[in-house]
Design a protein around this ligand. Structure first.
Ligand code: PMV
Length: 315
């Protein structure tokens, strides 16, 4: 018996960092996925296999096994829950395959939690996306206590999502945006960048509060521009957003170089996510994709992504 599910990566279009201080952020799922395949096995074991590491534990082993690599714990958690709920006595093997570079702010760990949860619970009966999402967030919080659930939500639901501290809302918009994602190959720590911004805010309270107001205006204008599918306006707003991110200190020379390279031909370009490394996004259409890719390739790796409207997919 096997069960396969996949879930998409995400980018933050607008509002990262300022979202921590109450501004709304806009995220979207992209057409790069993690696929999880689970099967029952006769060995009394749980085995998780991925490209970045594998783990094998006997059935009935303690849940608080600190020798297990942190990133594996959510997968063991969802597998144990599925075994317990179903009463299944055999073991389970889960294989994770990813098209998403890890540690680059594209939501690979959240997408993996969503795909893993759907795949392993699907062995005993498919669950609706909302139910899978709730459990995937529980699993993610085992290793990221403060995870907001925004990444998992956009991964499970697909499309565009508006996220603020207390509200996650799927947007009706079906924009067929093309984004070039460029990877700085600098591994970042979201936590460190968030702390850096907190320090900036502490030293510049008045300025920061003005910047939050400016960011709010950008996000509100972006909602209107998305509604009209006005690429020029969306791009201009992305570039404005980038200026604010540079001002709060989360860009790096490499990210500046990627944004600079793309700005010549794309509609707009910015960091996506925490910064300090990770990726940039640049808005393009068929008139400027090739030129923008060419300029970006001189600086780093890049690929074209489209919005994924499907979210969680059972195969
Ligand atoms: O690095 P990412 O893509 O997970 O983005 C983090 C987004 C922040 O706004 C910087 C932090 C947060 O918790 O919202």
């Amino acid at each position: 018996m096997t069960s396969t599910a996949s879930a998409p990566a995400k980018v933050i279009l607008f509002g990262e960092h300022f979202v921590v201080y109450g501004v709304r952020a806009l995220l979207c799922a992209i057409d790069k996925r993690i696929t999880a395949t689970s099967k029952t096995i006769d060995e009394k074991k749980i085995r998780i296999i991925s490209e970045i590491g594998s783990v094998e534990v006997p059935l009935g082993s303690p849940e608080s096994d600190h020798r297990t690599a942190r990133f594996m714990r959510p997968f063991l958690y969802v597998t144990r829950r599925a075994l317990k709920e179903s009463g299944e006595k055999r073991g389970i093997e889960m294989k994770l395959e990813s098209e998403i570079p890890p540690g680059m702010g594209l939501g690979s760990s959240s997408a993996a939690c969503v795909a893993a949860t759907a795949s392993v619970t699907g062995l005993f009966g498919r669950k609706p996306a909302e139910e899978v999402l709730r459990r995937a967030i529980e699993a993610e919080r085992i290793i990221f206590e403060d995870a907001s659930g925004a990444d998992s939500s956009v991964s499970a639901l697909g499309g565009l999502v508006s996220y603020s501290k207390d509200r996650i809302e799927k947007m009706g918009s079906r924009n067929d945006l093309s984004l070039i994602i460029a990877n700085s190959r600098q591994v970042h720590s979201t936590r460190e960048e968030v702390l850096k911004v907190r320090e900036f805010k502490r030293k510049n309270e008045k300025l920061f509060s003005q910047m939050c107001a400016d960011e709010s205006a950008i996000v509100e204008a972006a909602l209107g521009a998305l509604e009209k599918n006005d690429l020029r306006e969306i791009g201009l707003l992305m570039s404005k957003n980038q200026k604010l991110l540079e001002k709060i200190g989360v860009s790096t020379p490499k990210l500046d170089a990627l944004v600079g390279a793309a700005s010549k031909t794309s509609y707009g370009s910015k960091i996506t996510g925490a910064g300090g490394g990770g990726c940039t996004i640049s808005l393009v259409d068929k008139t400027n994709t090739e030129q923008t890719l060419e300029s970006l390739r001189k600086v780093g790796d890049c690929f074209v992504a489209k919005i994924d409207f499907e979210g969680l997919r059972y195969l």
